[in-house]
Design a binder for this molecule. Structure first.
Ligand code: IPM
Ligand code: MN
Length: 353
């Protein structure tokens, strides 16, 4: 029987609760589709940092790099200064494991409320391919004369030809495989960021002839935000840099019904990928059994799909749609009409058939 070795990092806040439900659902579909999951737990996160001072040692990165995938709950602790865990765990892993794609589907499921008037599941169904190892996230820059009246802070956006090209190639191929409108939109800011997005746009246009079945277009990031609200049906696959991708996918999460359903994959197509609900640790709900685990379940679905279990992934998606559209009252924490564990139970039950 095919066995997948998964590193689990439940992390902080409600991370552990939602990850448990994800594991419950994946175990259920594994039994049905005849494969096996081997879960190995890692307790990196705020609690461990507070107790031991350890964030994520290099030895852990080597170890995590040996798994088939990583399943991550949430990183972020209210008693730890912002940036330490995010940079020290999440970004460190994305960079060290060269997970150069952050894949974020924006899909409104039937029965889910969107704040967009007159838009439904037919209109809101696109995918953002976010570059995940470069741009403003590299940590390039520094201070001059820090703390003085003459202080200067510099934060540079790094865009390499290689990094841009591999991201664009992934997006072209992803758009082809997705096989929806076969339309790839580059989201940038060529009118102001005339170096970085010149490289992006030139590379985008240079590659286009290699993907003749894909039609291309371009939108500035501000206009992209506008269209995402006004005409989300215009999008099929959007490719963009790290910072813009971060911002537009929070907007995307909102129009698909909220952080409760938004999942993402940090993908290294040639290496080890990491899957996570993108909503954060929601510490105020910790331990109350009220948080929505759907995003974690959907991240699990993306994980098994990437591992090659396509049918199992479809089973999970079907079950998620059933439970969301027919059984849950809302996707917001505390208003779901059921508890965190019940949501997991229901999805697992549908998956089992
Ligand atoms: C995300 C998050 C992270 C990011 C933070 C926590 C560093 O917002 O995954 O979108 O900015 O990438
Ligand atoms: Mn973000």
């Amino acid at each position: 029987m095919k066995t997948y070795n998964i590193a689990v990092m439940p992390g902080d806040g409600t991370g552990p609760e939602v990850i448990l439900e994800g594991i419950k659902v994946i175990e259920s579909v594994a039994a049905r589709r005849n494969f096996k999951m081997e879960w190995t737990n890692f307790d990196f996160g705020g609690e461990r940092y507070k107790k031991t001072g350890e964030i994520l040692p290099d030895s852990a990165i080597d170890e995590l790099g040996k798994f088939d995938a990583i399943y991550l709950g949430a990183i972020g602790h209210p008693e730890v200064k912002p940036g330490i865990l995010e940079k020290g765990i999440l970004l460190k892993l994305r960079f060290a494991l060269d997970q150069y794609i952050n894949l974020r589907p924006v899909k409104l499921y039937p029965g889910v409320e969107t704040p967009l008037k007159d838009k439904g599941p037919d209109e809101i169904d696109f995918v953002v391919v976010r570059e995940n190892t470069e741009g403003l996230y590299c940590g390039a820059g520094g201070f001059l004369k820090k703390g003085t009246p003459d202080e200067v802070a510099i934060q540079e956006s790094i865009n390499s030809r290689k990094g841009v090209e591999r991201c664009l190639r992934f997006a072209y191929k992803y758009c082809r495989d997705r096989n929806k409108n076969k339309q790839l939109t580059l989201c940038g800011k060529t009118n102001v960021l005339t170096y970085a997005f010149d490289l992006w746009e030139r590379t985008f246009n240079e590659l286009a002839p290699e993907y003749p079945d894909i039609s291309t277009n371009y939108a500035h990031v501000d206009a992209t935000c506008m269209w995402m609200v006004k005409n989300p049906e215009w999008f099929d696959v959007i490719v963009t840099d790290n910072m813009f991708g971060d911002i537009i996918t929070d907007l995307g999460a909102m129009i698909q019904g909220g952080m409760g359903v938004a999942a993402g994959g940090n993908i290294n197509p040639e290496g080890v990928s990491m899957f996570e609900p993108i909503g954060g640790s929601a510490p105020k709900y910790t331990g109350q059994n009220v948080i929505n685990p759907m995003a974690a379940i959907c991240a699990g679905q993306m994980m098994i799909e990437m591992l090659g279990e396509k049918e199992a992934a479809q089973d999970v998606e079907k079950a998620v749609v059933e439970v969301i559209s027919k059984e849950m009252k809302s996707l917001s924490a505390g208003r779901m009409g059921m508890s965190t564990t019940e949501v997991g139970d229901r999805v697992a039950a549908h998956v089992a058939g």
